[in-house]
Design a protein around this ligand. Structure first.
Ligand code: DGP
Length: 135
């Protein structure tokens, strides 16, 4: 088994597991953005969000919601940043939801995302393409 997250799920590799259900495991990220940063993963080896079966959508995001509540309740965070890299910037090809505790003034600035501007007419064009794909 080469996937590090599959090995953690199989308990072949150590991890600080914080939530364990039939479908989902959540454990501390070893390179946290802030202490208490959790990764929520499906037990099945599913690479990215678009491959997630319908049956696992609710279990995965229910667990992410619980972890987001727990970082506030247990760690005193004011909120959280919940995110997922898919393929690009994804260093472990086993779907994982990052739940990062956030507090005002913690210094995180939106992961330094660059922002672009739409030209006139482009918002309508982009929205139309997405609406067509979404059926
Ligand atoms: P991403 O770059 O979005 O694919 O995030 C992968 C995360 O996985 C990254 O924040 C570090 C974490 N990580 C990598 N290897 C391990 C590991 O062996 N154990 C744990 N707990 N986390 C890991």
């Amino acid at each position: 088994m080469t996937c590090i997250f599959c090995r953690i799920i199989a308990e072949d590799e150590p991890a600080e597991v914080v939530l364990d259900t039939d479908d989902v495991v959540a454990f501390l990220d070893t390179r946290p953005v802030f202490k208490g940063h959790v990764l929520v993963v499906p037990r099945d080896h599913i690479p990215t969000l678009t491959e997630l079966p319908d049956a696992l959508v609710a279990p995965l995001f229910t667990a992410a919601r619980s972890v987001a509540a727990a970082v506030r309740e247990a760690l005193g965070a004011q909120g959280s940043f919940v995110a997922m890299n898919n393929v690009v910037s994804q260093s472990v090809p086993h779907l994982h939801v990052h739940v990062v505790p956030r507090t005002k003034g913690d210094g995180l600035r939106g992961f330094f995302w660059p922002r672009v501007r739409y030209a006139v007419g482009e918002p309508e064009e982009y929205a139309a393409r997405l609406r067509a794909a979404l059926g």
